[in-house]
Design a protein around this ligand. Structure first.
Ligand code: ADE
Ligand code: ZN
Length: 334
């Protein structure tokens, strides 16, 4: 039995597969700069975060209807179920859709249609994270979050993503205070391309409960000590880091060092259709590259369970499945 997996760092827009992009473009009569797989696939060669974001936010143009958003989400959940995912906390970027005139209702209701059927259809529990672009004004994020909450959508947490360098967490204090006052949980991308200082600020100023990426934390010994002491969750995405060149190669990835230091690190997929793999592929890649022990793989999974926003009973259920999975064979051996 494979280990049950928990996905905590996944952008729904980053799950659009190339064939689905082209199919939706044709169906919705959208003109993209590429019309064939031969045109599109060579664009998946990234030099940095921005070069990827440019492609990501062009391709989302093909999403127009509520059913498009539902189908994107359903396709992700189907693939996640195949990987053994039992719980997924997924994010979406409302600004990528609002700015091209797609109504909020179409986006969020479409995503929710698929999430609300997920336990029954795929045996996956879910949480939804509304992520905001850090290169847009905080006022815009607050306005959009207010509108989403007023509309009554089930949103569990806020996040912060997109271009990192030059857009420090301090710009978003007001958004996170507002989110907290509404009972939402909080995550934030930090320390992906940006400096370790952004991780500290995301903790101190935004009170983020999880840091997405955070790999550059290792450049700051005091911060590392704090991360270990407080068991701050870092949701790391190894294949993403390679493809966006934040690490030169997978063999240079700091994951084994993070594990050895006792950091609460877990492995996730970020934008799987862009970076060459879903969560199972990320696990397989790090397990074989670093010859991880069963104990290490189990630790990564338990860290994800503990770092999720599930209630204590649901966490306990998943934890016992991980222990059972470990005694019956793990991903490493599959
Ligand atoms: N949006 C989607 N993927 C992202 C990443 N890896 N970093 C920042 N923003 C993102
Ligand atoms: Zn991300």
């Amino acid at each position: 039995m494979p280990l049950p997996l928990v996905e905590l760092h996944l952008h729904l827009e980053g799950t659009l597969e190339p064939d689905f992009i082209l199919e939706r473009a044709a169906a919705n009569d959208i003109e993209l700069p590429w019309t064939t797989l031969e045109d599109l696939l060579p664009r998946y060669e990234f030099t940095d975060l921005q070069s990827f974001l440019d492609l990501l936010y062009t391709n989302v143009e093909v999403l127009r209807s509520r059913e498009d958003f539902a189908e994107m989400t359903r396709r992700y959940l189907r693939r996640a179920a195949k990987a053994g995912v039992k719980h997924a906390e997924v994010s979406f970027d409302i600004q990528a859709h609002i700015r091209r005139g797609v109504p909020m209702d179409v986006v969020v209701r479409g995503i929710r249609d698929a999430l609300d059927a997920s336990v029954e259809e795929f045996d996956i529990t879910t949480k939804l994270i509304a992520s905001f672009w850090r290169d847009r004004p905080v006022e815009e994020a607050i306005e959009l979050l207010t509108a989403m909450l007023d509309a009554g959508y089930a949103i569990d947490a806020v996040g912060l993503d997109s271009a990192e360098v030059g857009y420090p967490p301090s710009l978003f204090v007001e958004l996170y205070e507002f989110a907290r006052s509404k009972g939402l949980r909080a995550v934030a991308h930090a320390g992906e391309e940006g400096p370790a200082n952004y991780v500290r600020d995301a903790l101190d100023l935004l009170h983020a409960e999880r840091i997405d990426h955070g790999i550059r934390s290792l450049e700051d010994d005091d911060l590392v000590q704090r991360l270990v002491r407080d068991q701050v969750p870092l949701t790391v995405c190894p294949l993403s880091n390679v493809r966006l060149r934040t690490v030169p190669a997978l063999s240079d990835h700091p994951l084994p060092r993070m594990l050895a230091l006792g950091i609460n690190v877990s492995v996730h997929s970020d934008d799987p259709s862009y970076f060459g793999g879903y969560i199972d592929d990320n696990f397989d890649a790090v397990a074989s590259t670093f010859n991880l022990s069963e104990e290490d793989v189990g630790r990564l999974t338990l860290n994800a369970v503990d770092s999720s926003f599930l209630d204590p009973e649901a966490k306990a259920r998943l934890r016992s499945q991980v222990r059972l999975g470990n005694t019956q064979g793990s991903l490493v051996e599959d």
